[in-house]
Design a protein around this ligand. Structure first.
Ligand code: ADP
Length: 525
């Protein structure tokens, strides 16, 4: 198994914009002859809507294609749910909540079903990960060794919570016995994105089910396959019919119908800030359902003067390039102290050049394709804007290979805060490296954004770490680490990165009502 190096030509439309001198070169590591791990296609058995425990066609009879991002080829046609199907799914979830066994069984029984499901997924990780890779383009090793084990862990974590959810006894003034009951909200509508199809499924489904709710989940139109596949295992594990309904389909039709449905009690959404605003409005204009939103980000990754440059470069690279750069919390503004800036930029360039791009089914591949042509074109447009606005293109800058949606790992230096590449969420493998002088300066600049999802801080100085952690207006600060997604750690945004927290104990609160029961006492002792 050897890694070869090939010379790539720059994306043709960009070549005239490239600096004639400078350090830009486009020699990338490629996965051309790496050992193949697994041979797709795996078999696709489930392409219909899941309503009331049955796979059914869309009421309209319509289907839509889903693609392999490595080639752009169609891999399956999937039932296209719309408002009528959402109505059927919500009715099933309502019945399952109002009359079915799920909210009525003991919490321990619910927990055992979640645990059985986790065991079944664990036994089938390879097949499920292969399907995830085929539909999303993410490296198979990442899906099989990181994401699926985390999926299993999340279900076990929340199975552990199911029988530990309870209210309080509250001492009140007067002759009253006061208790709070923590009750399931009812029918949860959940809309998820395409960048982590199964992990987003778990973040949403686990806490809702642990609390005894029922669900209608809409998958992203780009990645409908794995949710349907694991749902089969869930029913085999004993999940009653109607508790988990899955609708494949498009946002403005199926998604909007779910967000505005009068019989949905709670809405949880992960996606772009623009769409988050739309679903919040739909929820408000319909029945004022409770809403949690996990939206976009433009996370700063701050490398302080005292940092070990080699380690900082590795971590900053991971913070940005993980999952093809398609992470809402990606460290997409790399702020580096001026004393180490030049050294950092050169090493960041070399690291990006070593990034192994290629078929995500091959061993050792770090980067697969972007999800679809729209995202691919969007990323290339941002690269072009970086070049036009005067940032220095250190490496990359174009398409990788000749088919599918691969983008060369791209690094820009001399990026200024007001450039689009430093302001907008690119959602691709494009690192922007900015220079800073002192901590006050970088705090102001890091916070000067509409977003507030996450931040990375790299320093040996505990005082600097503490100061930055408290000053940054974000939902997560990773100090000398990044993308640590333990099941128990809450995640969510400040400002326009969203509202509410997912994971950990915090997401249970999203799926519970608190009822106060006040009982008059005739005689107090
Ligand atoms: P992206 O632009 O990255 O695809 P979106 O926020 O548009 O992100 O998509 C995230 C999820 O929101 C997907 O499941 C998508 O179908 C859904 N969605 C998109 N538009 C709407 C809408 N108008 N109403 C409800 N859901 C939507």
């Amino acid at each position: 198994m050897t890694v070869v190096r090939r010379v790539f030509s720059v994306f043709p439309a960009l070549s005239r914009l490239l600096p004639s001198s400078g350090r830009c070169s486009n020699r990338f590591t490629t996965a051309a002859d790496l050992e193949e791990l697994i041979t797709p296609p795996v078999q696709i058995n489930y392409t219909k809507l899941l309503i009331n425990g049955q796979f059914v066609d869309a009421a309209s009879g319509k289907t839509f294609p889903t693609y392999d991002p490595r080639t752009g080829e169609v891999i399956a046609h999937v039932a296209e749910g719309d408002a009528e199907d959402v109505n059927r799914a919500v009715a099933a979830a309502r019945r399952a909540f109002d009359e079915g066994p799920w909210p009525r069984m003991t919490a321990y029984e619910r927990s055992k079903i979640l645990l059985r499901f986790a065991d079944m997924v664990e036994k089938n990780i390879k097949e499920i990960a292969a399907l995830e890779t085929w539909n999303s383009g993410k490296p198979y090793e990442q899906a099989a060794k990181i994401e699926l084990p985390m999926f299993v862990r999340l279900f076990r974590y929340y199975a552990g919570w199911a029988d530990k959810i309870h209210g309080l006894t509250i001492p009140a003034d007067g002759p009253y016995h006061v208790q709070t009951l923590h009750e399931a909200i009812g029918v949860a509508g959940q809309i998820i994105p395409w960048n982590f199809p199964l992990l987003m499924f778990a973040w949403k489904v686990c806490p809702a089910l642990a609390c005894g709710n029922t669900i209608v989940l809409k998958t992203a139109e780009q990645t409908p396959l794995t949710a349907l596949c694991v749902a089969i295992l869930f029913h085999e594990a004993g999940l009653p019919e109607g508790v988990l309904n899955i609708i494949s389909g498009y946002g403005p039709s199926a998604g909007a119908a779910l967000a505005s449905h009068m019989d949905v009690d709670k809405l949880a959404f992960t996606g772009s800030t623009d769409t988050g605003k739309i679903v919040l409005e739909l929820a408000g204009r319909s029945n004022l359902k409770a809403v949690t939103l996990e939206l976009g980000g433009k996370s700063p990754f701050i490398v302080c003067k005292d940092a070990n440059v080699n380690r900082a470069v590795q971590l900053a690279h991971f913070a940005l390039f993980f999952n093809q750069g398609q992470c809402c919390c990606a460290g997409s503004r790399t702020y580096v102290h001026e004393h180490i800036y030049e050294e950092f930029v050169e090493k960041a360039r070399l690291r990006a050049m070593r990034r192994v791009v290629g078929d995500p089914f091959k061993r050792g591949v770090e980067q697969g394709p972007q999800i679809d042509s729209e995202q691919f074109e969007k990323v290339l447009k941002y690269i072009k804007s970086g070049i036009v606005s005067g940032a220095t293109l250190e490496c990359g800058g174009g398409r990788f290979g000749s088919k599918g949606y691969f983008v060369q790992p791209t690094v820009f230096s001399n990026v200024e805060d007001d450039m689009l590449i430093a302001k907008d969420e690119i959602f691709g493998p494009v690192q922007s490296i900015l220079k800073f002088k002192d901590i006050d300066d970088v705090i102001k600049r890091a916070n000067n954004t509409q977003y507030g999802l996450a931040a990375g801080v790299f320093t040996k100085d505990v005082n600097t770490a503490n100061r930055l952690s408290r000053a940054l207006r974000v939902g997560t600060v990773w100090v000398n680490c990044f993308d640590v997604f333990d099941a128990a750690i809450p995640f969510g945004g400040y400002k326009m990165s969203g509202m509410g927290r997912e994971k950990g104990i915090y997401s249970l609160y999203n799926y519970l009502q608190v009822k106060a029961v006040v009982t008059h006492l005739n005689k107090v002792r």
